[in-house]
Design a protein around this ligand. Sequence first.
Ligand SMILES: NC(=O)c1ccc[n+]([C@@H]2O[C@H](COP(=O)([O-])OP(=O)(O)OC[C@H]3O[C@@H](n4cnc5c(N)ncnc54)[C@H](OP(=O)(O)O)[C@@H]3O)[C@@H](O)[C@H]2O)c1
Length: 325
Amino acid sequence: MEFLLRTIFDYGLTLIGFWALFCWSIDNFRSVIQIIKSILMPYFQPYENKTLAEKYGKWAVITGSTDGIGREYAKELAAQGMNIVLVSRTESKLVEVAKDIESTYSVKTKYIIADFGNGKEIYDDIRQQLHLLDVGILVNNVGRMYDFPDELDNISENLLWQIININVAAVTMMSRIIIPQMKVNKRGIIVNISSGSELQPVPLMTVYASTKVYVKNFTLALSKELEGYNVQVQLVTPLFVQTKMNNYSTTVMKGNILVPDVKSYTKSAVFTLGRSFKTTGYWSHGLQYGTMKLIPEYIRTLFSFSMNKKFRQEYYNQQKNAAVE
Ligand SMILES: NC(=O)c1ccc[n+]([C@@H]2O[C@H](COP(=O)([O-])OP(=O)(O)OC[C@H]3O[C@@H](n4cnc5c(N)ncnc54)[C@H](OP(=O)(O)O)[C@@H]3O)[C@@H](O)[C@H]2O)c1
């Protein structure tokens, strides 16, 4: 009897182990397999080897495209022959980025001034301005974090509304505007930029991280809805990248193998376009993300709390030093 119980117990444990490994592998290797498959595919089906404009449509719309990851997406897509629509809030920066793109790559550009923090009122104008364009790629990149990690009641109500409007409403409404024409054309791809903070609750970045859980679930559900229309939806989940969003931390802004510069990150993320539909976009972020998933959520939450306390302290130190100088 004892032997029988022990055998059942051993088999049970082995089965649970295999099941956990199977689930983890599907989550973490699917993207790599999709990328390898897409690289090999043109050798077997050369007629499939189309430019982005031929595959999806001539114009790419990128939100939050005057700085950071969005600006690099615009440049990378222009380098691949896409015409670019820049959507951001600061006109002088929009003019500068548009000029830079037109003079470097032989493509057309257009810009739309829109402050996504303002919510509902901006979308009629965006819809009208995009009306006659053959939009093949939409990159929902715009995103806003607090100025530094902090407790919820220290963040102004105005900033909280802005973060919700920018991180949640923009991805939803921009997709809502573009999807009808993509459905009619039976082609197109929507790229939604989430964040590693989608993975667990993140104290001191409570609202930012929660909005990214929305982006993740919104993207994965939408991709199923649009599958039958040949419209693709990609979830890109960066971890830390050196951009002004992280100015509060000198450690992050120094960069290292886990925190790439924005050009290297975005070049790699754009390479995954149309190849993988759920990716961190960068090899070392993939390794980090996979490793984090091995750790229980409760411990990850504690770890991120402690990390953000350090970042907040770094920010306070920066402010103190600036006041002394
Ligand atoms: N950097 C990271 O470590 C990291 C990690 C994970 C996820 N992400 C995500 O990646 C995306 C891009 O982040 P990033 O680091 O590249 O940000 P960033 O460097 O701060 O750039 C943000 C861009 O969005 C524009 N923008 C900001 N607020 C806006 C508003 N209210 N209306 C219109 N445009 C606005 C900015 O315009 P201005 O130039 O006028 O400010 C800028 O062009 C975000 O969704 C972010 O959550 C970033």
